[in-house]
Design a binder for this molecule. Structure first.
Ligand code: BGC
Length: 759
């Protein structure tokens, strides 16, 4: 049934409901389900986590991943899957999530997350895709489309500017309009407009002083009026502060259950006239639409094909591993090479983050098993360090000694380092970006014993890599889900040729990172002082050295890029074309990136990612890759006009293998939008003179005054232009400067004339 028909049917069905029944629909019946209204045929439905696997609890309910849940496939969390830059893969993973949800009669999978990784310290970065809004939006849209292709809904979260865990239930994210629109909301906008998620989840925090759950600007103006969202807005679990204000602001469904308390508040507010009943009607209809839509959706019959989904999880994990470095082609390993596998994570994988997204996996592969299965030579294992918080010094020394001996005896050492689970979690942020000191010490000792060492990292967000210059090979293996162990072996031995790339910069030091001085804020406010300069936008603007840049990732083959061309098509989009050739001797995949820049009237990062595409190439094969940059993505948020504006001009287009590996540069002329701001007494002379219609008129009218002022100065150095000097002067005050020759009323008449000529 088309969405609009279901919507009408639902609206009709709530029309017959009592006020109490309608209000009851706007909050949960339990931790995970909505309420039914049986006499109107509105069923209850279940919404549950998300985002990288199904967490359907079967005992006690909680939003912190504590209680037991049904076994489900744990796919790579967003930090991994995002690094694949592969929308087709994300679509398939999304679809698999839908299948598992449908089998379990779950109507909505709570994810994906489209928040931006503002600081590497955010404890929940593992659930987010990127520091860049285009990568975040495009990948999240693919996940949504995949899941919703099965009839299961998604819940795009956490809307908005929820970029830290510290004080997340209260803190206000204070963001200026341009970064809010161009960075933090852009990822959500992309998903809403391209993939139409059935639901969207508001975040816990305040945005510019107003709780996201009761923020009419976010939930109504931006989301519904500007973006055309017609799905349902659900609260994050426990995010509702004032239910009545939230409903009026656009929050349809409060989760979890409030035990009926807030339903009664809604009824009372309508009865006493402080809340218009139409708000209750609209939200109740949206809940009914969601529930009826699920009722009418054919469910996928179980049992779950555990093997097939595990295989998909393995494929996805393999495509999520970033080969950061591979000096001397240390990797891939030959099956007959003797290997020392070192590091506790090789045996006890860290494969997902803590909190509401914790899956009870159907299986769990370790890298040690994976390596042992492929290798035909001796494989030794040494834990190297303890994962316990404060292991005794003697134990640490003994573990290190054992590992060094193993490394010395093998042809290659593969060292698994990473963040213990306690260091990153939903609910709190990290304090630094360092790997534990004993792990770094272990690595140094191993390197000394055997320089042919590869490092495999397990972490949910970036860590500093002080050893990057000394270790020949590094795999950033993030958190990879349940099949991460076997996938790591696939990459180590070359069954999978790595193709993932970084969606977040690896800085040299935390102190270099953009939000360093503005994170996590204080007194209930966090100021997004870096503005637009998030992630690589910052490191590039400050010309900072980074350990590995955004977009970086190597392959076991090599790619050559031809000369890029760029042109504007009929729709106004920029089409960038480049031929990429696989110049190595094995098949591989390359994530080709297109960045733009413009010498601009407004502040802009030097380069911003606007499009990317994945190309698969056989050895020697060439293909033309099309990167389509939407005109809308070139737009910046014009603060005074309060709207998107595409600035006209000659844009630089860089086609790149990473943000710091530009392979071809071209330019494209873009016709911009005209912005004519009404002139007021506050308008500066420069603005007035630049105005296409008003400028010439006013310039003519003011010519005598300007020349009088110019002539009155006997001390003006030669070459100093009066018009430039006076450029910032408000036109309303010019009369005074002109000795009263130009009255405020005359100015008003001129402005009126100019404004009516351009209206
Ligand atoms: C998280 C959400 C999650 C919800 C339900 C909250 O704590 O922020 O992402 O979907 O709990 O578990």
């Amino acid at each position: 049934m088309p969405e609009s028909t279901i919507g009408n049917a639902a609206a009709a069905s709530v029309a017959d409901l009592t006020l109490e029944e309608k209000a009851s629909l706007t909050s949960g019946a339990s931790f995970w389900t909505t309420k039914a209204v049986d006499r109107a045929g509105i069923p209850a439905v279940m919404l549950t986590d998300g985002p990288h696997g199904l967490r359907k609890q079967r005992g006690s309910s909680d939003h912190l991943g504590l209680g037991d849940s049904v076994p489900a496939t744990c796919f790579p969390p967003a930090v991994g899957l995002g690094s694949s830059w592969d929308t087709e893969l994300a679509h398939r993973v999304g679809e698999a999530l839908g299948v598992e949800s449908s089998i379990e009669d779950v109507a909505v999978s709570l994810g994906p997350g489209a928040n931006i990784k503002r600081s590497p310290l955010c404890g929940r970065n593992f659930e987010y895709i990127s520091e860049d809004p285009i990568v975040s939006g495009v990948m999240a849209a693919a996940l949504v489309q995949g899941t919703q292709s099965t009839g299961v809904g998604t819940s795009l979260k956490h809307f908005a500017a929820n970029n830290q865990e510290h004080d997340r239930m209260r803190s206000s994210s204070d963001v200026d309009p341009r970064p809010l629109r161009e960075i933090y909301l852009r990822s959500f906008q992309r998903v809403v407009q391209d993939a139409r998620p059935y639901t969207l989840m508001c975040s816990y925090n305040r945005v510019n002083g107003v709780f996201a759950s009761e923020n009419p600007f976010l939930l109504t103006r931006v989301l519904r009026e500007e973006w055309g969202f017609n799905g349902l807005v659900v609260s994050d679990w426990g995010a509702v502060n004032d239910r009545v204000s939230a409903l009026a602001a656009g929050l349809d469904l409060e989760m979890p259950s409030s035990g009926g308390t807030t339903d009664a508040q809604i009824v009372a507010a309508v009865r006493e006239g402080s809340l218009d009943e139409s708000f209750v009607d609209a939200s109740a209809a949206r809940v009914a639409t969601l529930a009826k839509r699920w009722q009418d959706t054919p469910k996928i019959a179980g049992p779950l094909d555990v093997d097939a989904h595990h295989a998909l999880a393995r494929e996805a994990a393999g495509r999520s591993i970033v080969l950061l470095k591979n000096d001397g082609d240390l990797l891939p390993l030959a099956a007959e090479t003797t290997v020392a596998v070192i590091g506790a994570f090789a045996k006890n994988p860290r494969y997902q983050g803590a909190g509401s997204s914790m899956i009870n996996p159907t299986r769990l592969d370790s890298a040690l098993e994976g390596i042992s299965a492929v290798s035909t030579a001796a494989v030794t294992y040494a834990a190297g360090f303890s994962l316990a918080e404060a292991a005794p010094a003697e134990e640490t020394a003994a573990l290190r000694k054992e590992a060094v001996a193993a490394a010395a005896d093998a042809e290659v050492a593969v060292v698994f380092l990473g963040l213990p689970a306690r260091l990153e979690s939903e609910g709190y942020d990290r304090e630094n970006i360092d790997l534990p000191a004993e792990q770094l010490k272990l690595l140094d000792a191993v390197l000394e014993a055997n320089p042919r060492t590869a490092v495999v990292l397990s972490n949910g967000s970036v860590v500093a890599l002080p050893f990057a210059g000394r270790v020949p090979a590094i795999l950033e293996a993030w958190l990879l889900g349940q099949a991460g162990g076997s996938a790591t072996a696939d990459v180590l031995y070359g069954a999978v040729n790595p193709s993932a790339k970084l969606t977040e910069t690896i800085p040299v030091r935390l102190e270099d990172s953009p939000a360093f001085l503005n994170f996590p804020g204080e007194d209930g406010h966090v100021r997004y002082g870096e503005g637009l300069f998030v992630g690589y936008r910052w490191y590039d603007a400050r010309q900072l050295e980074v350990t590995f840049p955004f977009g970086h990732g190597l392959s076991y083959t090599t790619f050559e890029y031809g000369d890029a061309t760029a042109s504007v098509n009929e729709a106004g989009d920029v089409e960038v074309r480049v031929t990429v050739t696989n110049t190595g001797d094995r098949a591989g995949r390359e994530a080709v990136q297109a960045y733009t820049g413009l010498v601009s009237e407004v502040q802009r990062p030097e380069r911003e990612l606007k499009a990317f595409a994945m190309v698969a190439l056989e050895p020697g094969e060439s293909r033309e890759v099309l990167l389509s940059i939407r005109a809308a993505d070139l737009a910046y948020w014009h603060v005074r006009a309060d709207r998107w504006v595409v600035e006209g001009g000659t844009y630089t287009v860089q086609v790149a293998a990473s943000s710091r590996d530009i392979r071809s540069t071209t330019t494209v002329d873009v016709k911009g939008d005209t912005v004519l701001m009404p002139l007021t007494r506050e308008s500066s002379l420069a603005e007035v003179f630049a105005h296409p219609v008003a400028g010439p008129i006013i310039r003519q009218a003011m010519a005598p005054i300007m020349s009088a002022m110019d002539g009155s100065s006997s001390v003006m150095p030669e070459g100093v232009e009066m018009e430039k000097m006076m450029g910032s002067f408000p036109i309303g005050r010019i009369g005074m400067m002109a000795g009263g020759d130009f009255s405020p009323e005359q100015v008003d008449r001129l402005l009126e004339m100019a404004n009516s000529a351009t209206a």
